[in-house]
Design a protein around this ligand. Structure first.
Ligand SMILES: O=C(O)CCC(=O)C(=O)O
Ligand SMILES: [Fe+2]
Length: 541
């Protein structure tokens, strides 16, 4: 896991020779190293040397141990270590000059090692002891690890933290959208907690960063920690560790609180610097990071725009208004009016200045102009909806408590359908007519502004539409249906409050041809390329 480990403050390593005078550094040191190598590789001594203790004991060990494997290897290592210690404790053959090799005076056996008697005690290594050894080893590695700024580990670790930073930059404003909030709050929270944990580990890494002191790389844990504590990095990291998600569990709409995590952007910057130092394609990387910055800025720009639109009141109907609307998302168009000079193009700053009746009157004038001009394209472009009976306010998304009655025919139609479906009498007091010119759509929504439980009766005229019928939450996949000319769709009971949408209508789906009615040619012309939908509703109980 870690790139480098510091054992300076840990227990001394077992193998390097204990005496470090000059002659030790030469032959004795090499001898110790080669003994160590022998032990690691289990290489038997060369045949031209005298047989070692381990060689002489090998048959005994093999015979006495019940099973080969780990125990035998450990025992052998133990013997080999004994042999090494014997050599270490031998008096120097020639203390003044060199330790080179012992000169054998002959085969008298006087100078040969005396064979120790076969060991009586065989260390019993249990699985538990091995686990303890591994734990201790891991603990020491963790206790004394250090990270240097130029290590590969640090580079990759910075990369991982940068992903967390980018996640925060993109997803912290996510709950501006209510439907996203309803569908994905938990998932969002889990990802946040995961990256917060990584940010915590990043503080640990920060506290184990080596630093340069008068040309020396300082690796002592206490000094590294003190250095981290006094740095700006520590302050930023501490801010980013603030447990914001605890507040979000209490009030899940305050996702902007995570804005504080943006302080981690300095790690992203560090990653960019490190990458540019390492890469063979510095220009390519520069362009990539520039693109990333642009994407982030565009994203934030869109979010701020959406925030303003929320403050002003969202518009669902007017494509030319300043505010955000789902129409613009599904069917993006550039405003046709001059936003700087034309007052009508902007949303009024005070919501109560906007008089929906005045807007409606403007629309009526447009309709009248259309009627007179005989140009169906005019109507197709401008007309999106109209209301009969109690007038729905698209800004506040509310109905007033009273208004004009709905036309008698619609009242009767609503009751007829409700009674034939055995849903009882209803008192229809509002009807919304939606006009769907080619390429238009209606975004997913729930009709929840009505204050009664009466059914909602929807009638389709003209071109066929695809209707998506969802569930109580947007995360559930919807069922698509065709709605053709003359179809009725009734939303009642549990289905009354499900999400639904019209993703597309018109000739691309299935062209309906109506014979031109000479009395009302405009209407048949309109229905030959567009769709009209009536929804008969009971607003007040
Ligand atoms: O056009 C449709 O079929 C659906 C209309 C609708 O959902 C509405 O007016 O709320
Ligand atoms: Fe609806």
């Amino acid at each position: 896991m870690f790139s480098t480990f510091n054992f300076e403050e840990g227990p001394p390593p077992a193998d390097p020779p204990k005496r470090i005078n000059r002659k030790d550094r030469s032959v004795k040191y090499l001898r110790a190293l080669s003994a160590q190598k022998d032990r690691q590789q289990h290489v038997p001594p060369r045949s031209d040397q005298e047989p070692s203790t381990s060689e002489q004991l090998a048959p005994v060990i093999n015979a006495s141990l019940p099973r080969p494997g780990i125990l035998r290897v450990m025992f052998r290592n133990w013997i080999s270590a004994m042999e090494h210690d014997e050599r270490e404790s031998e008096p120097d053959r020639d203390p003044t000059t060199t330790n080179a090799e012992v000169t054998h005076t002959g085969n008298t056996g006087e100078q040969r090692d005396i064979l120790p008697s076969p060991p009586i005690f065989v260390p019993h290594v249990t699985g538990w002891a091995q686990v303890k050894a591994v734990c201790k080893d891991t603990w020491l590695k963790l206790r004394y690890f250090y990270v240097s700024e130029n290590s590969v580990f640090y580079y990759y670790w910075t990369g991982i933290i940068s992903i967390g930073t980018i996640w925060n930059m993109f997803a912290m404003v996510i709950f501006i959208f209510d439907d996203v909030h309803d569908g994905y709050f938990k998932q969002w929270l889990y990802v946040n907690l995961f990256f917060d944990f990584l940010f915590f580990l990043d503080c640990v890494v920060g506290a184990r960063m080596t630093f340069d002191l008068e040309g020396n790389e300082v690796k002592e844990t206490t000094k590294m920690f003190k250095n981290y504590r006094g740095s700006n990095r520590f302050k930023l990291d501490a801010l980013c560790l603030f447990p914001i998600d605890a507040f979000l569990i209490l009030d899940s709409h305050k996702s902007m609180l995570r804005l504080v995590r943006v302080f981690k952007a300095y790690r992203l910057y560090e990653f960019i610097q490190l990458t540019q130092r390492r890469t063979n394609f510095p220009h390519f990387m520069k362009i990539l990071f520039l693109l990333l910055s642009c994407l982030t800025l565009f994203h934030w720009n869109a979010c701020i725009y959406f925030r303003f639109s929320l403050a002003e009141g969202l518009t669902e109907d007017d494509e030319n208004a300043f505010g955000f609307s789902y129409y613009k998302v599904f069917d993006p168009r550039f405003p046709t009016c001059d936003a700087y000079h034309d007052e009508g193009c902007m949303y009024p700053e005070e919501p109560d200045i906007m008089d929906i009746r005045a807007v409606r009157w403007d629309r009526r004038k447009e309709m009248y102009a259309f009627w007179q001009s005989n140009d169906p394209s005019l109507l197709q472009k401008s007309l999106r909806w109209t209301t009969l009976g109690v007038e729905y306010d698209w800004n506040t998304k509310q109905y007033p408590t009273n208004g004009r009655p709905v036309p008698e025919e619609l009242y009767q139609l609503g009751n007829l359908i409700s009674n034939s479906l055995k849903l009882g009498d209803m008192k229809p007091d509002a009807t919304i007519l939606n006009y769907y010119p080619p390429k238009s759509a209606l975004s997913p929504h729930v009709d929840k502004s009505e204050r009664s439980n009466a059914p909602l009766i929807s009638m389709s005229l003209g071109q066929t539409a695809v209707y998506l019928s969802g569930a109580l939450s947007l995360s559930e996949p919807p069922i698509p249906l065709w709605l053709r000319n003359g179809d009725f769709l009734i939303m009642h009971g549990e289905q009354r409050l499900v999400y639904h949408a019209i993703p597309c209508i018109g000739p691309k789906v299935e062209k309906m041809e109506f014979e031109r009615d000479e009395e009302t040619p405009m209407i048949t012309d309109y229905l030959n390329c567009s769709r009209i939908n009536f929804t008969i509703r009971q607003v007040n109980p």
